[in-house]
Design a protein around this ligand. Structure first.
Ligand code: NAD
Ligand code: MG
Length: 390
């Protein structure tokens, strides 16, 4: 290892799917990565267990009611980890000079404030929390630039595009970004087939193992819609130069099409450790534990256009980009409310898109002047969507 190559990490959302994949990489490379801070939402016992294993300087439980449980649990274990709680605790931890890299792996708009806090502290941010950039894309990109932070896409599609663009040396000559979509568990189904879908069916993704919210987003194709918005901001490309193609094998993670007809792609097994390892070690490469692709076994790769009639959420996301301002924040908030209601058995699967469309029409348009305007739109969209559901 080169001297000074050790990275100190703040892992927000440590108990989730991305959090666990990150910790596997840390376990594999204890000489490169040091965990300095960890957070969880409500799983206080799991967080204390992680503190026992990684001995961070700080740990934050996002639900403030659980602060005493965290503090007492750390004390009982004889750990010197400082306990923190709530949204403020997350923001303080993200900005703390004890870490140089922040892995933003909280799900939903709950991750926005801590992502911004990391940006204002000039950190390298490994962004899994796509809702942050969907809600406040322009402001986040500007904050990252103003404070000399670095935003590193961990979403596999954006990581693929980042790798293609890095290999080529930038955006010159790019004609289109092509985001691949697995199609989710309901590829090929009709609206009639989807009427009585249960949360368990929606969360059974054929290729990726992920948290429940993003699994439902993959099933509605909203995940790809959020990713189109994410790509628009990350790579500064207009929406009409971002195309989605369904690729059920999830081997080609995304592509860049150049004006001379060349298409560059990044391929790999569907395992988030590849994108995380790239972000953690950039510009080096480290072993991620992901197995090598076996092309003889793969046989063939398929591509097809998305069915936007059966899955209207993708079109809603494009509409939100063209409306601009607070529209992506409204789309995201209404979707979070609708997905929660679906997962709790209070809303049919097909109504998720209806709630999002109605919220986009109902919440007044506002320009995205600052984060407080966007958070107010987020709150208003949540109120409206909840009102439609009950
Ligand atoms: P998950 O549900 O498995 O984990 C979410 C984490 O966030 C948990 O640690 C949880 O404790 C924490 N959390 C939840 N609600 C919170 C709140 N209100 N306040 C603070 N913390 C909270 O989700 P995941 O699949 O790991 O996804 C995390 C993020 O990464 C999402 O934005 C998702 O879209 C994105 N992402 C995930 C994958 C994947 O393969 N899982 C791939 C690409 C992008
Ligand atoms: Mg993705």
């Amino acid at each position: 290892m080169r001297p000074g190559a050790m990275k100190s990490l703040c892992l927000l959302g440590a108990t989730g799917s991305i959090g666990q994949s990150t910790l596997k990489l840390v376990d594999q490379h204890p000489d490169r990565f040091l965990i300095r801070a960890l957070s969880a939402h409500t799983q206080v016992d799991a967080l204390i267990d992680l503190c026992r294993r990684y001995r961070p300087l700080q740990a934050c439980i996002a639900d403030p009611v659980l602060f005493t449980a965290l503090r007492d649990g750390l004390r009982a274990e004889g750990l010197a980890t400082t306990p923190l709680a709530g949204a403020e605790g997350l923001q303080d931890m993200a900005a703390d000079p004890g870490s140089d890299t922040v892995i933003a792996a909280i799900v939903g708009a709950a991750g926005v404030a801590s992502t911004f806090s990391a940006a204002r502290a000039g950190k390298r941010i490994l962004l899994a929390n796509k809702e942050s950039i969907v809600l406040a894309g322009q402001l986040l990109m500007k904050t990252v630039a103003d404070y000399g932070a670095e935003l590193f896409p961990v979403d596999s599609e954006h990581n693929a595009i980042f790798q293609c663009l890095s290999a080529h040396g930038g955006r010159a000559g790019v004609r289109r970004l092509i985001l691949t979509a697995s199609g989710g568990p309901f590829l090929g189904k009709t609206r009639t087939d989807l009427a009585a879908i249960t949360p368990e069916q929606a969360c059974r993704h054929p290729k990726w193992s992920m948290g429940r919210k993003i699994s439902v987003d993959s099933a509605t194709l909203m995940n790809k819609g959020l990713e189109v918005i994410e790509a628009h901001h990350l790579f500064g490309m207009p929406a009409d130069a971002i195309e989605v193609v369904v690729h059920p094998q999830s081997i080609v993670h995304s592509m860049v099409d150049y004006c001379d007809g060349s298409v560059l792609a990044q391929l790999g097994e569907p395992d988030m450790r590849t994108a995380l390892a790239y972000g953690l070690s950039y510009p080096d490469r480290i072993n991620s534990g992901v197995k090598a692709l076996d092309f003889g076994q793969l046989g063939h790769l398929e591509f097809q256009s998305p069915d936007t009639d059966t899955f209207p959420c993708l079109g809603l996301a494009y509409a939100a980009i063209s409306r601009g301002g607070n529209a992506p924040a409204v789309l995201n908030a209404a979707n979070e409310v609708a997905v929660t209601a679906f997962l709790e058995g209070r809303l049919p699967f097909l109504a998720i898109a209806d709630i999002v469309a109605q919220s986009l029409d109902a919440v007044p348009w506002e320009p995205a002047v600052d984060l407080s305007v966007l958070m107010a739109s987020d709150a208003e969209a949540r109120r409206y969507a909840n009102h439609r559901i009950h």
